[in-house]
Ligand binder design. Structure first.
Ligand code: ADP
Ligand code: ASP
Ligand code: MG
Length: 434
């Protein structure tokens, strides 16, 4: 491959690029990343990447095995390790010093596995799962350097600081903003800074994570703190589509979306972008381009403040929902004080209210099925209320609907709960078994 002609870089501009797990899942795709960087990157950039392929899922299995004291843990780790060594060798060459760096990162997991299980699950989870991003970024960064790109690897835990709510940590924006100066300084010497999505650090210096699929959010945090000119997410789809192509055949690309439209889609479960991504970008009017990594020459979707005229119907499906029916035991009306009690408990147990409705003596919410949280919530209801659960449900959100579209999406399903707004229909459905 040709060496990068650095003079084409515009050093006064900055873009944040994010490549997810799918876009670096094998050596050929990392080569594709290299050629996209060479051909399409015209400014300085921060390149955020996730763990490759399904590594995070494999590491989750490893955590489960360790926490349940199963012998499988070491075997799972060995598989992940070998897989990454082969990946690194294919890209950087057999015997490349990067292999030692990967080994050092995996040793951190080995040390944890040698110890008895003492620490809380979520804390251990973050210490182990974060290694996925650290190893993938090491390889991608080294590969770019070997291609003649002035790239430098950065440990994002030195920049993004969070609280210690493991697996769902909240960003300390003030400190992160200050620490992001480190990236600005690095960009005086390098064209591309390669760093990890999803992971961060608590003020006690322990690794935290931002929630599954959180790398998009990392890219938005950095775009905000660095006042980036634009953010670009490279995906295995042509852009944002009118529905998940894994679920619906007849979907089409949407060329332009407003921040408002994007935030509604992602909040209700469009898996294409992490739901927290839009706010930091909207707050600083930073445009977000969702671009196809298989056909980088094509335009993807542009998300910005501009509200395009007219959208096609868009469908978002959020699976694994549960309806919580809460009724008063003494037959009293559900009044403001009851709602106050219940919402205090929702906030305490982090129960997200996707939809709600009340009758004289009952209150119903549709929420994501998080059994641990729901059980803790139920335990605190005491003898004032009775909880009845309806699970295995889906929440379908149809934006810019027509009657015909609603009918076709709900066909063959039992509709348990429906809400119609001007632009949106939310329906909670159960699949009818034939
Ligand atoms: P990443 O590699 O960045 O983690 P993801 O796999 O998380 O990428 O997200 C891309 C996937 O999101 C696509 O392959 C597609 O199946 C899914 N998806 C869900 N809803 C949509 C949508 N509305 N438009 C495009 N893709 C969608
Ligand atoms: N690797 C993490 C996950 O799979 C974060 C991400 O991919 O965005 O959830
Ligand atoms: Mg993802």
């Amino acid at each position: 491959m040709d060496k990068l002609n650095i003079s084409i870089m515009n050093n006064t501009q900055l873009q944040v690029w994010k490549f997810g797990g799918a876009s670096i899942s094998n050596p050929d795709l990392v080569e594709n990343v290299g050629s996209i960087v060479k051909n399409y990157l015209k400014t300085n950039a921060v390149l955020v990447t996730s763990a490759k392929g399904k590594t995070t899922n494999a590491l989750e299995t490893l955590v489960k095995a360790y926490m349940s004291e199963s012998d499988e843990a070491n075997k799972i780790l060995e598989e992940i390790k070998q897989n990454h060594f082969q990946y690194a060798q294919a890209l950087c060459g057999v015997g490349h010093p990067i292999l030692n760096e990967l080994n050092d990162l995996f040793v951190e997991i080995e040390w944890i596995l040698e110890d008895p299980v003492i620490d809380p699950y979520d804390y251990v989870y973050d210490q182990i799962v974060s290694i996925g991003e650290l190893v993938s970024t090491k390889v991608v960064s080294q590969y770019l350097v070997d291609q003649g790109i002035k790239a430098n690897w950065l440990d994002i835990r030195d920049v993004i600081l969070t609280d210690n709510r493991h697996r769902e940590a909240r960003v300390d924006w003030e400190i992160t903003q200050k620490k992001s100066n480190k990236i600005k300084t690095l960009l005086e010497s390098y064209d591309v800074i390669v760093t990890q999505g999803y992971i961060a650090s608590s003020s006690e210096n322990f690794t935290t994570t931002l929630g599954r699929e959180g790398s998009d959010y990392t890219a938005a945090i950095l775009s905000y703190c660095l006042d980036a000119d634009s953010m670009h997410i490279w995906k295995d789809v042509p852009g944002i589509l009118t529905g998940d192509p894994r679920l619906f055949k007849e979907v089409m690309k949407i060329d332009r979306l407003s921040y408002k439209e994007a935030v509604e889609m992602t909040y209700y479960g469009a898996k294409v972008i992490h739901e927290k991504t839009i706010k930091p970008l909207q707050n600083k009017s930073i445009p977000l381009f969702v671009r196809p990594f298989y056909t980088p020459e094509k335009d993807g979707t542009l998300i910005s403040a501009e509200e395009p005229i007219g959208y096609p119907p868009v469908i978002v499906v959020n699976a694994d929902q549960v309806l919580l029916h809460i009724s008063t035991n003494d037959f009293s009306f559900v009044g403001e004080h009851h709602l106050g009690d219940l919402f205090t408990l929702f906030a305490k147990h982090r129960i997200r209210v996707n939809m709600m409705r009340n009758t004289a003596i009952s209150f119903t919410v549709c929420t994501n099925n998080r059994p641990g949280r729901i059980n803790a919530f139920e335990a605190e209801l005491g003898d004032k209320y009775t909880l009845h659960k309806d699970s295995d449900l889906k929440l379908m959100t149809i934006r810019h609907y027509t009657e015909e579209v609603v009918k076709s999406f709900t066909k063959g399903k039992l509709v348990l709960f429906q809400e119609r707004l001007k632009n949106t229909v939310h329906v909670v459905v159960k699949e009818l078994v034939e």
